[in-house]
Design a protein around this ligand. Structure first.
Ligand SMILES: *[C@@H]1O[C@H](CO)[C@@H](O)[C@H](O)[C@H]1NC(C)=O
Length: 282
């Protein structure tokens, strides 16, 4: 083979290996909304859309038990009031565990709310909400779950916005036995989503579309009753916590962008705040 050809085929091989790492055809099933959910560009792009008849959604083929899961999302642009893009990990069956991002749309130019929650054994009521420090409809940004036996960290562009510690030692259940799939859906929630339900969806702007790319799971995959973790150089997440720098960034987000924290909502918990709120510094 001529040197040029060798170079070209080397290039093609590495390109194929890289792109198969996050191929939506391989990793996801479209589960709701017929043609409204689409995989495009040879598997490197996924779109969900919502019109007056239906929303749409997808789920991962695999189940995970701990991992670091990254995805880039570009949210519904323009007047997205009334729409909700949910992006979450969830187990199946009763007493489920769930780790949620939900993006609540807004009128053009008004800020999205990033709503987060953690369910353990079917119980949630642990909402924290944030504004973002950028417009999430202009470009793709990375939203990540870091989930290891010690804690769950929610990250936006690698900046931690929320930490949920394993509080089993003080009686708070932690998700660690039920494998979870990754889900996303785009749906209409104009009864409550925007300004508490005051602003309704403007269907003349439909269909509404959200975009997904660069899915990456450094995770332990569950299969036939046991989980196996990739053994590679990317598994720092298995013990990762917050170093001084990420604590500083978390404080910055919580100081300037957090708009609701269940732990500070005293009137909601007349019997006393949840245990994890009394323990955690965040
Ligand atoms: C929408 O914008 C208003 C400000 O105009 C803000 O109060 C609200 O938090 C924003 N987000 C949602 C989802 O309502």
């Amino acid at each position: 083979m001529a040197p040029n050809l060798i170079l070209i085929s080397l290039f093609l091989c590495s390109f194929m290996a890289a792109s198969s790492a996050g191929n939506f055809y391989q990793d996801f099933d479209l589960i709701w909304g017929d043609h409204r959910a689409k995989i495009l560009s040879g598997g490197s792009l996924l779109t969900l859309s919502l019109d007056q008849a239906s929303g749409s959604g997808f789920q991962s083929k695999r189940q995970y038990l701990f991992g670091r899961i990254d995805m880039q999302l570009k949210l519904v642009a323009g007047n997205s009031a009334g729409t909700v893009t949910a992006y979450y990990l969830s187990s199946e069956g009763p007493n489920r565990d769930e780790i949620d991002f939900e993006f609540l749309g807004n009128l053009s130019g008004d800020p999205y709310i990033v709503h987060t929650n953690v369910y353990t054994q079917g119980k949630a009521d642990r909402e924290q909400q944030f504004y973002l420090w950028f417009d999430p409809t202009k470009d793709f940004h990375t939203y990540s779950f870091l989930w290891n036996p010690q804690r769950i960290i929610f990250l936006v562009d690698n900046i931690p916005i929320r930490v949920f510690d394993n509080g089993e030692s003080y009686g708070v259940p932690f998700p660690k036995r039920q494998p979870m799939k990754l889900y996303s859906s785009l749906w209409n929630a104009d009864q409550w989503a925007t300004k508490g339900g005051l602003v309704k969806t403007d269907w003349s702007k439909a269909p509404f579309t959200a975009f997904y790319r660069n899915f990456k799971a450094n995770a332990c995959v569950w299969s036939k009753g046991s989980s196996s973790c990739a053994n590679n150089k990317n598994n720092a997440w298995q013990t990762q916590g917050l170093d001084a720098n990420s604590r500083r960034r978390l404080r910055w987000v919580q100081k300037y962008f957090m708009i609701y924290n269940y732990c500070s909502d005293l009137k909601r918990f007349p019997e006393g705040r949840p245990r994890e709120c009394r323990r955690s510094r965040f």
